[in-house]
Design a protein around this ligand. Sequence first.
Ligand SMILES: N[C@@H](CCC(=O)N[C@@H](CS)C(=O)NCC(=O)O)C(=O)O
Length: 246
Amino acid sequence: MKENDVTLYGWGPLFGIRGPSPCVLKAEIQLQMFGLTFQRAIADLDSVSKHKAPYVKLADGTVIEDSTFIRWHFEKALGKDLDQGLSPEQRGAAWGLERMLEDRLVFIMAHDRWLEPENFKKGPALFFQRIPEQARNGVIEGVLADRKKGMYYQGVGRYTREERMQLAARDIGAIAAMLADKPYLFGAAPTALDATAFGVLTSCNAPIFDSPLRAIIASHDNLQPYLERMDARYFVDGSWPSMGST
Ligand SMILES: N[C@@H](CCC(=O)N[C@@H](CS)C(=O)NCC(=O)O)C(=O)O
C-alpha cells in the first residue's frame, strides 16, 4: 500500500507528549508495525459515525473507525498478525491487558485530566479556544457535565480520587510486572499490546498535568526506559498538521 492509500485521522503532539489521545497513538504505532507509510490528518469528529478518533480513510473512501477495527482491518487485508510469535496463553493475556488499559486505566487518566479543575485548565481547555469567548464557558460547563455523567455511568466516577489511584497503581503495576527486564512486553520484539501500552502509559505520564499517575509510573524503574524505547522506535518521522487544520 502506498502512502496516499491510507490516512490516519487524529491529533499530533500536545500536553508535552506525542498526542492527546491514547487510541490515536496506538493506531499510529500499529500502522507502522504493519510496515505501512501513511498520511496523518486532523480528525473531524462530526464527519464520522462514532464521533471519535482514531479513524482511517482508504484511497477508495472507505472509513474505518476505532483503533481495534483499524488493526483487524489491516491484519486481514495485509495477511499480517501483530501478535505473531505469541502463544495462545500470551494472546489471551495480551487481550486481557489491553482491555484493562483501554477500558479502565484510560478512564482514570481522562478523569484526572478533565475533572480535576487545575488539570482541565492546563490541558483540555485548549480544545475550546476557538469558541467565541462569550459562549465558551457555557459550552465548557455542558461538556464537563456530560463527562461527569459519563464517568459515573462508566464506573470510575463513583470512586474517590484516592480509590482511582489505588486501582491505577494495580493496573500500571501489572504492566510493569509483565515487562520486567524485557525490551517489550512479550520479549525482544514489540507486539500489538506495546502500541496500546505506550498510548495509555505516556498519557498517564504527560508532564503538564499534576497527577499521582506520574508518580506511579516513576515508582517502576522499567517504565520510563520502556516509554523512551517505544518513542525512539516509532516517533522518528511522520508529522501531524497543526491542530487548526481539519
Ligand atoms: N474505542 C475507541 C476509543 C476512541 C476514543 O475514545 N477516542 C477519543 C480520544 S482518546 C475521542 O475521540 N474522544 C472525542 C469525544 O469523545 O468527543 C478506539 O479504540 O478507537
